[in-house]
Design a protein. Structure first.
Length: 337
C-alpha cells in the first residue's frame, strides 16, 4: 500500500462508479420533472388521468341525481296535467250542458214572451169590452154632482144634451169620479165615468154629442167621450199630428177601434195602422193631388152635421169636425192630459 492508502481493485472501482450514477439519476429525476422537450413525464400523465376520471365520475353522479330529480318533476307535471285535462273535460261537459239548458230557456222565454203578449192583448181587449157601455164626462165642477152622481149624469144627459132616440130603458147603472185627490182651486175638475145600462143608448149619446152644440153647466163646457183603456188612448194619441194635418187639408177621417185611421179621399178609402203610413200617403198625395172626388182645396167647408149620420157602433169611428167646433174635435179621442 503506497502513501498510507490501500489500493482499490478493479471491481471496487466499478461498484463505486455505478453507485454514483444511480445517485445522480435519482437526483436528476426528482429535480427535473419535465424532459428536455417540456412534456410531462409518464408519472405526471398517470396522475392527471386519474384526476380526470374521478372528476368524470363526480359529474356523472351529479348528472344522475339531476336526471332523477327532473324525472320526478316530470312525473308530477304529468300527474297535474292529467288532472287539469280531466277538469277541462268536466268544464267542457258542464258548458255544453249549460249551453243546451240556455238554448231551451231561450226557446221557453220566447214562447213565454209571446204568451205574455197574447195574454196582455187579450186582457186589454177584455178591459176594453168591459168599458163598452162607459162614457167619460169632463168639465163638471167638483161637488156639482151632489150626493148621487148617477142621477146627476142622467139629468145632465136627458136635460142638457137631450139626445134623440134613447130607449125607454135608458138609465145610468153607476157613476163616479176618477179616484184621486181633490184638485186645488183653478185646476181642471176630475173626470166622471158613467156606465150606461144599454150600449145602444151609450152610442146614441156619443153620436148626439158630436153633432149637437156643446153642453154647458154652470158656465162650464161639458165634454162626453168614450172610455178607452190607457193602451188604446196612447195608440190613438200617436195620430194627433196626422189628424191635425188632415183637418188642415179638409180630408175626412175616422178612427176605428182600437187605433186604426180611416181616411176618405174622394171615392177612395184608405186605412192606416200607424201614423208613418199616413204621412207617407200624404207625401205621395202631394205629388199627385188629383183624386176621384172633388178637389179638397176647392170644396167649401162642410157644416158640422154634414156626413155625420149613424155609424156602426162596433167600428167606433169618428170624423173630423170643422174649425168652429174645436170642443168636439175627434170625439173618440180623449183629451191630452
Amino acid at each position: 500500500m503506497a502513501g498510507g492508502k490501500s489500493a482499490k481493485g478493479p471491481h471496487q472501482t466499478k461498484l463505486d462508479k455505478y453507485t454514483r450514477l444511480r445517485k445522480a439519476d435519482a437526483e436528476e429525476a426528482s429535480e427535473a420533472p419535465r424532459d428536455s422537450m417540456g412534456e410531462p413525464t409518464e408519472l405526471q400523465e398517470t396522475l392527471t388521468l386519474q384526476d380526470i376520471m374521478k372528476a368524470i365520475k363526480d359529474v356523472k353522479h351529479v348528472l344522475e341525481n339531476k336526471i332523477d330529480s327532473t324525472a320526478i318533476e316530470v312525473t308530477l307535471i304529468r300527474t297535474n296535467l292529467h288532472k287539469i285535462t280531466d277538469r277541462v273535460k268536466a268544464t267542457e261537459d258542464s258548458v255544453s250542458t249549460l249551453t243546451t239548458t240556455v238554448d231551451k230557456l231561450g226557446k221557453n222565454m220566447k214562447h213565454l214572451q209571446q204568451r205574455v203578449e197574447l195574454l196582455a192583448s187579450q186582457l186589454d181587449d177584455s178591459e176594453g169590452r168591459s168599458r163598452r157601455n162607459n162614457i167619460r164626462i169632463i168639465g163638471v165642477p167638483e161637488k156639482a154632482e151632489g150626493p148621487s152622481v148617477d142621477l146627476f149624469v142622467e139629468d145632465l144627459i136627458t136635460q142638457g144634451l137631450q139626445p134623440r132616440g134613447l130607449s125607454k130603458f135608458f138609465g145610468v147603472e153607476r157613476a163616479h169620479r176618477v179616484p184621486g185627490r181633490k184638485p186645488p182651486p183653478g185646476a181642471p175638475p176630475r173626470t166622471i165615468i158613467a156606465r150606461i145600462f144599454n150600449f145602444r143608448d151609450r152610442d146614441t149619446i156619443l153620436q148626439e154629442a158630436r153633432v149637437a152644440p156643446p153642453v154647458t153647466y154652470q158656465n162650464n163646457t161639458i165634454g162626453l167621450f168614450p172610455d178607452f183603456t190607457l193602451q188604446v188612448q196612447r195608440q190613438r194619441r200617436t195620430f194627433t199630428e196626422l189628424k191635425k194635418s188632415l183637418r188642415e187639408q179638409n180630408i175626412r177621417y175616422a178612427m176605428l177601434f182600437p187605433a186604426k185611421l180611416r181616411v176618405a179621399d174622394g171615392t177612395k178609402t184608405h186605412f192606416f195602422m200607424t201614423p208613418e203610413e199616413g204621412w207617407r200617403w200624404l207625401e205621395a198625395r202631394k205629388g199627385n193631388p188629383k183624386t176621384d172626388g172633388p178637389n179638397p182645396k176647392q170644396s167649401s167647408p162642410k157644416p158640422a152635421c154634414e156626413g155625420r149620420g149613424s155609424l156602426n157602433p162596433n167600428d167606433q169611428t169618428s170624423t173630423s169636425p170643422p174649425e168652429s167646433s174645436q170642443v168636439q174635435t175627434d170625439w173618440f179621442d180623449l183629451p191630452n192630459g
